[in-house]
Write a protein that binds this ligand. Structure first.
Ligand code: C2O
Ligand code: CU
Ligand code: CU
Length: 502
């Protein structure tokens, strides 16, 4: 399989992108020189209750033979540490912005008040420090933190400003779940990237990227392109985060073995649910268990990301499409697993994981509608593209682009609301800050698809999605909570709104 992928990738390396630059593959020249999966150290806050982060510039080599790239990271050159806190803790965080530009750092998935949420209203100036106190009052889950500086989120996250935030309750032994970090509990930050001829990270936005979101032609995991990972011959837990700007992953193993899903964005499912393919939209997290006890090598792949717009948009852009199909239509390798001699702690697939999720709420204080609009002010090839001084298209929600000064919605604290989100032309991952929700309906009709079963904070809207949102956190008008498309180029183009809760 590796060989087939290698050949495919070599072919892809020869294709020319719509931007005139040659798409270059990193670390593929010698297939045996593939990197080992990097696993950032665990920054364990469970004893200290303190989180110190320094946002810094760095230089990171993506492939063994690549020239160093200029990157950003938290406490390291690219990405950030994996942070672990316990449910019930209060974390005293301190973020120093050591960059030469303003930076907001948001806790995606933490259900915390607006004043510590880290949205665009809370940008830290260069050289300054932000010290929010984070009350961790939510079930165990895999959350993350990332740059959220309007309108520079896409570039800052692409450069590396993202890290993982695990919330634990210390009861994974009772659940029969693997939890030894870096051994049988692997955190995988999935990102797609483009590289120049020297193997340096490249982020040059063409019109195509601005409209559809930026996609790379190569997948990096924790900052390494297509790495190899040694795993024990037993059940291994993968905490998957889609930290890409726009790519939707369709994950599967090359030998067809199942993944057993145990958690989504905001917490555990009641049972481990097997699936052969898992869709993971930008911002989403899933935890899965994989059985490596047969000792066989296996690779994780992603199928083509077809989120390139419906007929309306493709009509206009169809001639450009042919330039990119060369790499966008292929399967891409993500990483390969190599079970070793050692056995891990868990060799039986658990069935029951946590308490029953129960039915989603049916009583709502209010219903709100949101339409995700890609073309405010005209068509993408015309006036719309020039909407922001030639910087790109203007997008919005309910006909209105994001405006720092205008609070879009006011929500009553302690209520549950019914939100209906509609998308035109493309699928959009819709994320809400400071809450968790249940998906009531999605593109499949009334019974949501597998990915939408549990508690979530991000849902991929394919035409229409309906969610039941619990508002448990206050947010003043000065520090509102956000909702937005998690295709970061769309967010930066204005597909975002904010709300107060009181
Ligand atoms: Cu992960 Cu408002 O974002
Ligand atoms: Cu968020
Ligand atoms: Cu979008």
């Amino acid at each position: 399989m590796d060989r087939r992928l290698f050949l495919k990738s070599s072919l892809a390396a020869a294709t020319t992108t719509a931007f005139g630059a040659t798409a270059t593959k990193v670390a593929w020249a010698r297939p045996n020189a593939r990197p080992t999966l990097p696993m950032p150290g665990l920054l364990d806050l469970t004893q200290t209750g303190r989180l110190d982060l320094v946002a810094q510039q760095g230089r990171h080599r993506f492939g063994q033979d690549s020239a160093p790239s200029s990157t950003f990271g938290y406490n390291q050159a690219y990405l950030g540490p994996i942070v672990r806190a316990n449910q019930g803790q209060e974390i005293a965080a301190r973020i120093l912005n050591d960059l030469r530009e303003p930076l907001a750092t948001h806790w995606h998935g933490l259900i915390v008040p607006g004043e510590v949420d880290g949205g665009p209203h809370q940008a830290i100036n260069p050289g300054e420090v932000w010290e929010p106190i984070l009350p961790i009052d939510q079930p165990p889950s895999t959350a993350w933190f990332h740059a959220h500086t309007h309108p520079h989120t896409a570039r800052q996250v692409y450069s590396g400003l993202a890290g993982v935030f695990q919330i634990s309750d210390g009861r994974d032994d009772e659940r029969g779940l693997p939890h030894e970090h870096g051994v049988d509990d692997l955190t995988l930050v999935l990102q797609d990237r483009r590289f120049d001829e020297a193997g340096r990270l490249s982020y040059r936005l063409g019109m195509f990227d601005r409209m559809q979101g930026f996609r790379g032609d190569q997948i990096v995991v924790n900052g390494a392109p297509n790495p190899r990972s040694s795993v024990p011959r037993s059940i291994v837990r993968l905490r998957l985060l889609n930290g890409s700007n726009a790519r939707i992953y369709h994950l599967r193993f090359d030998d067809g073995r199942p993944m057993h899903v145990i958690a989504s964005d905001s917490g555990y499912w009641s049972d481990a649910v097997p699936t052969n393919e898992l869709r993971l939209a930008p911002g989403e997290r899933f935890e899965v268990l994989v059985d490596f006890s047969d000792g066989r090598d296996v690779s994780l792949l992603t199928g083509p990301d077809q989120n390139r717009g419906g007929p309306g948009m493709m009509g206009m852009m169809s001639n450009m499409r042919s330039f990119t199909t060369g790499f966008l239509d292929d399967d891409l390798p993500i990483l390969s697993f190599h079970p070793g001699g050692r056995k891990g702690a868990i060799d039986r697939m658990p069935e029951k994981i946590d308490d029953d999720l129960g039915q989603p709420p049916t009583n709502f204080a209010r219903k709100r509608r949101f339409s995700l609009d890609m073309m405010l002010g005209g068509m993408p090839m015309g006036g719309g593209m020039m909407g922001r001084g030639g910087a790109g298209p203007t997008m919005g929600i309910n006909g209105r682009a994001f405006d720092m000064q205008h609070i879009n919605e006011q929500v009553s604290l302690g209520t549950t609301e019914h939100w209906v989100i509609e998308s035109d032309m493309m699928m959009h991952p819709f994320h809400i800050h400071g809450v968790r929700f249940r998906v009531l309906a999605d593109e499949t009709g009334q019974a949501p698809r597998l990915e939408n079963r549990g508690y979530k904070d991000t849902v991929l809207v394919d035409g229409r999605a309906e969610v039941a949102v619990e508002f448990t956190q206050p947010a003043a008008r000065e520090t509102p909570l956000m909702y937005h498309c998690h295709i970061l180029e769309h967010e930066d183009a204005g597909m975002m709104g904010h709300f107060s809760v009181s």
